[in-house]
Design a protein around this ligand. Structure first.
Ligand code: BF8
Ligand code: SF4
Length: 629
């Protein structure tokens, strides 16, 4: 029913043994080689943005050669980190808009949720009357793409936020303008001889974070839904045991659903299935890793083989015919690792080129053709499998996923007590919170990081929170950790809940941990928070809701942290974002009079996971007390 962290670690250990037989390297080994890490890097006190450096700040050398102090250096590093994440998420969103522009009737990409497209068009003030749906899709794609570089105005989606939030952003001068502009401004500000004032650097960090969460990511999410369908609850399975011994296993990994959707489509092609049978397999099994897994699980119930730090495990099973990737969070290690087995490592994007891979360039024009040839290549590779190297640990959990905002509102109707005005709103959830049946909600997101025992923080924190009647909304690799452990099991997970949450799970027929999607889908969480605020008349910062990334590692995660905080949601991190070298930056991010004065929320960094959980519960209870509930 539930898979413990120890059982998962034992499975990984047996896979590493498998790897040893063929001389495979692993992240577990590379972590040892990299430890201890550079102390300057860890504290954020090394600057190498100009060639007079690198400058490192010590008590004896408190300033860089240009005279920049430690606060300027740490702040600039933090802003650059954010800009990297905002650029990455937003470029994913841009790719989606380009794909939308290529949609056509009967084409590789189509509009599957026309209603949502029309809804967003109305929001954006675009005339829909009398237009063909594809004409509208192309027009919306162009307008969306303009959001990246428009010379004037602010992001269109900001209007979705409660008015109070919009006012805070305006007053703090952090409303994101064009998406690319916020990234460029960040890089301009961090150039040698520009900003070294901590406050200015942190403001721009929030602003470029917002250009991601309320700009690029939100477009990525919304228009993925338009093209591939808005997720609805669907049952699936998770963990390494979803790989099938007798089938061709194709693992999809990365982020952009434009690739994985096509691979899923061709894996179901009768011609390909017949080919698989002709080479001695029972069929074709697609499973996912990282955010791509979330995308196809949410829309098609495709099983999730693992998350960030188990990406090598899928190859180590010896049963992976192909691992097909697009962009982001892909270990370059997969190249050499795949060479130790029969696995084909297929890269598809000019953005993520890697040695030891087969590059099949993927684009909207050739998507069908190329997806088919990738599936064919994987099927034909089945006969190269070395059966004595096949080791698939028998670990599988059931999971119900697919909780888009639209789906959450729908399940809430099941909890509503017959007052018509609560249907189609978040009010039933608010009622549960006000009455104390639920104490609050935690949005748990983000990666794995070897600095934290992988998956341990996600899983243990979730168990602690649900036992305390706190509902979880999750995304990214956090979602997969939950699914692997069985915390999304629609039947059994409620056994781990407090009485109140258990009751809600029964009434709404949901697991206590709701899978909202991939990391770009944290934008869904921002809209949910906005709806809760509007439906309750409270500010977002007053809601007993916090965000948490206990094992984060990527630049994208810092960008997310910044937009979650900027949206008014206190955010708890289990890994320090390289800022501990500057008291001023730490005060701005975590103190009572920094970002909190501007956006009514701040960060808490606590690497002791048990304490991190206690702090979140304490914050939720403080917010409840302030509301008198
Ligand atoms: O965007 S949670 S390891 S997979 S960065 Fe990457 Fe982190 Fe996973 Fe998706 Ni998000
Ligand atoms: Fe050193 Fe200043 Fe150049 Fe940074 S910008 S490397 S602190 S001289």
């Amino acid at each position: 029913r539930f898979v413990t962290i120890e059982e998962m670690e034992a499975a990984t250990a047996s896979l590493l043994e498998n790897g040893k037989k063929v001389g495979a390297d692993s992240w577990q080994q590379r972590v040892k080689n990299q430890t201890p890490h550079c102390g300057f890097g860890e504290a954020g006190t090394c600057c190498r943005i100009c060639a007079m450096g690198p400058c490192r700040i010590t008590p004896k050398s408190p300033r860089g050669i240009c005279g920049c102090d430690v606060h300027g250096i740490v702040g600039r590093n933090f802003l650059k980190f954010t800009a990297g994440g905002a650029a990455t998420h937003s470029d994913h969103g841009r790719e989606i808009m380009h794909t939308l522009h290529q949609t056509k009737e009967g084409g590789n990409y189509q509009v599957k949720d026309p209603e949502k497209l029309i809804r967003i068009a109305h929001e954006w003030g675009v005339e829909t009357e009398g237009k063909d749906i594809y004409e509208l899709a192309h027009e919306m794609a162009e307008i969306g793409l303009m959001e990246y570089g428009k010379p004037f105005g602010v992001q269109r989606f900001l209007k979705r936020a409660p008015e109070h939030t919009q006012e805070l952003w305006h007053k703090a001068e952090i409303e994101p303008r064009a998406i690319d502009r916020e990234v460029a401004t960040a890089l301009h500000m961090t150039h040698m001889g520009c900003s070294s004032l901590p406050e200015a650097l942190i403001r721009q960090s929030l602003r470029s974070g917002l250009s991601d969460g309320w700009g690029g990511s939100m477009m990525g999410t919304e228009f993925s839904d338009v093209m591939f369908g808005t997720p609805k609850p669907v049952d699936t399975t998770a963990n390494i045991g979803v790989m099938e011994k007798d089938m061709v296993n194709i693992v999809v990994h990365g982020h952009d659903p434009s690739l994985s959707e096509m691979i899923v489509y061709y894996a179901n092609d009768p011609e390909m299935i017949a080919l698989a049978k002709s080479v001695g397999a029972k069929g074709i099994n697609i499973c996912g890793v990282c955010c791509t897994a979330n995308e196809v699980a949410m829309r098609h119930g495709i099983p999730m083989a693992g998350n960030f730090l188990t990406q090598e495990n899928v190859v180590l099973t010896g049963a992976c015919e192909a691992i097909v990737v697009d962009v982001q969070c892909i270990f370059p290690a997969l190249g050499p690792l795949s060479k130790c087995f029969h696995t084909k490592f297929v890269t598809t994007s000019p953005i993520a080129r890697m040695p030891d891979s087969e590059f099949i360039r993927f684009s909207a024009d050739n998507a069908g053709e190329n997806a088919k040839s990738i599936v064919k290549m994987a099927v034909e590779n089945f006969t190269n499998r070395k059966t004595d190297l096949v080791n698939i640990p028998n670990q599988v959990s059931h999971a119900r996923v697919g909780y888009s905002l639209e789906a959450i509102v729908k399940v809430l109707d099941g909890v509503a007590n017959s007052q018509v005005d609560t249907f189609g709103t978040t009010k039933p959830l608010l009622e549960c919170v006000t009455s104390g049946v639920l104490r609050g909600a935690v949005a748990m997101v983000g990666c794995n990081n070897p600095k934290v025992r992988p998956d341990y923080a996600h899983i243990e924190l979730m168990k602690k929170l649900i036992a305390n009647d706190i509902i979880l909304i999750v995304s990214g690799c956090s979602a997969q950790a939950a699914a692997k452990a069985g915390l999304m099991d629609p039947v059994h997970a409620k056994e781990l809940c407090g009485a109140g949450l258990k009751r809600v799970c029964e009434l709404a027929n949901i697991p206590p941990v709701l899978h909202m999607g991939s990391c770009v889908d944290i934008s869904r969480m921002m809209i949910l928070a906005s709806e809760l605020s509007k439906d309750s008349g409270l500010n977002i910062s007053q809601l007993p809701v916090v965000g948490c990334a206990p094992e984060w590692m990527s630049e994208k995660a810092v960008s997310i942290g910044n937009y979650v905080v900027a949206t008014g949601i206190d955010t708890f991190l289990g890994v320090d974002p390289y800022v501990k070298g500057s008291s001023e930056i730490c005060d701005l991010l975590t103190g009572e009079h920094g970002v909190k004065d501007w956006v009514e929320a701040n960060y808490t960094v606590e690497t002791d996971i048990e304490k991190l959980g206690d702090l979140m519960i304490e914050r939720i209870e403080q917010k409840r007390a302030a509301l008198g509930i």
